[in-house]
Ligand binder design. Structure first.
Ligand SMILES: *Cc1c(COP(=O)(O)O)cnc(C)c1O
Length: 400
């Protein structure tokens, strides 16, 4: 930029732009920082077809949104600073006072907390259906106030499968919108919008970012829901930084490759766990004897690394000893990174209204990208810390 006359150093520091036109080409997009967008003419200032404010997103965020539209087969995708804010932002966009939400009982716990807290305060009610309820059962629960059916398949922690195409079809017939938390599939293994769902939400924090170091969420939509999400995003002001958008884009480059490894390793560990005497059952729809297997096989193209394991009855102290003895499995919540994790889950199940209890403690495992043989050896070492399986089984009978 040519300045009109020689000016003070302080002014130059503000106005020298450098030569952006000669930026070298790189495989990734530039990280374009900016709150102010400089416009060329006064007519552009109020041109609603232009992006005129940085909060809406610069080139980096737009590149990510376009990539997510490709991933989710969507007409538009919206970014949020976390997976949870994508859920709360979507619900705020679609619901009004007096409306009702029907949600699966296996929904991510903070989703339930938002329904019971903020949305209840705003006059929205929520009712829950059995995680594996049929479309017919859900249909019977619909009232004139029902506006949204909130789905999550496989369910958080307990991995029940829902017949999404049937539920979406029924909801459409009854004028109800469907929203799904699609985080488990990473948008790769399942395409909800192709099956008639209105909004597909992901915590990009998990597999898309994939390295346990970024928070981000998205809502991808088709049809009527797009306009409502656009208006609400505009009104509420959710925004993500270009640096984080760059990290999510970088994760997308390797998403399919990582997920293939997570899925194969997850299935191998699931099969191995189901043969261990200390394990009562394994929750993983990719296993042939899982109650959700037929639906998973019909609608999903693969498995990921997140599975559940129900132990035979042992005490909380036994579980703690087992979990804390592991050296490769970290103890932590936010899964989807390159590393393996384990989490005792029972306290999280107490909020549920319909689900029956398991006979023993529930563990959630995320199978990372380590060698599967090493992970299995670590788990065997952990299970060895439990009281022996025969004693565990006879204690179970004594309790019953
Ligand atoms: C982690 C998670 C979320 C929330 O994502 P954040 O990015 O941590 O806010 C939502 N849904 C599911 C199923 C999750 O596992």
């Amino acid at each position: 930029m040519t300045l009109c006359r020689i000016v003070e150093e302080s002014t130059r520091l503000i106005h020298d732009e450098g030569d952006c036109a000669s930026l070298q080409r790189t495989p990734g997009p530039p990280i374009q920082r900016g709150s102010t967008i400089l416009l060329s003419t006064c007519a552009q200032v109020y041109d609603s077809s232009l992006v005129t404010y940085g909060r809406v997103g610069m080139a980096t965020q737009r590149t990510l949104r376009d990539a997510l539209m490709t991933l989710e087969h969507a007409d538009e995708a919206f970014l949020y600073p976390s997976g949870l804010s994508a859920i709360t932002g979507t619900l705020l966009a679609l619901l009004s006072a007096g409306d009702e939400v029907l949600a699966c009982d296996s929904v991510y716990n903070p989703t339930r907390r938002f329904l019971a807290g903020t949305l209840a305060r705003f006059g929205v009610t929520a009712r829950y259906f059995e995680p594996a309820a049929t479309a017919e059962t859900i249909g019977k629960m619909i009232t004139p106030a029902t506006r949204v059916i909130f789905l999550e398949s496989p369910g958080s922690l307990t991995f029940e499968m829902q017949d999404i195409p049937a539920i979406a079809r029924l909801a459409r017939e009854r004028g109800v919108l469907t929203v799904i938390d699609n985080t488990w599939s990473a948008g790769v293994l399942f395409k909800p919008l192709d099956h008639g769902v209105d909004v597909s939400i992901q915590s990009l924090t998990k597999y898309v970012c994939g390295h346990s170091d970024v928070f981000m969420g998205m809502a991808a939509a088709k049809g009527e829901a797009v306009g409502r999400l656009a208006t609400s995003s505009h009104e509420t002001g959710w925004a993500v930084s270009p640096d984080d958008a760059y990290m999510a884009l970088r994760g997308l480059r390797t998403l399919h490759t990582r997920l293939a490894q997570h899925g194969a390793a997850g299935l191998r560990v699931a099969q191995w766990l189901s043969q261990q005497p200390e394990v009562q059952s394994v929750l993983c729809p990719a296993l042939a004897d899982d109650p959700g297997h037929a639906i998973w096989k019909r609608d999903f193209t693969g498995n990921c690394g997140l599975i559940g394991a129900v132990l035979k009855p042992v005490s909380d102290q036994d579980v703690a000893r087992m979990v804390e003895s592991l050296s490769l499995f970290g103890l932590g919540y936010s899964w989807g990174g390159f590393e393996s994790l384990i989490l005792p889950c029972d306290p999280q199940l107490s909020a549920r209204t319909c689900s029956g209890a398991f006979p023993g403690p529930l563990l959630r495992l995320h199978i990372g990208l380590e060698s599967v043989d090493d992970l299995i050896a670590d788990l065997r070492h952990g299970l060895d810390q439990l009281p022996d399986a025969t004693r565990a089984a006879s204690r179970c009978r004594a309790i019953a």
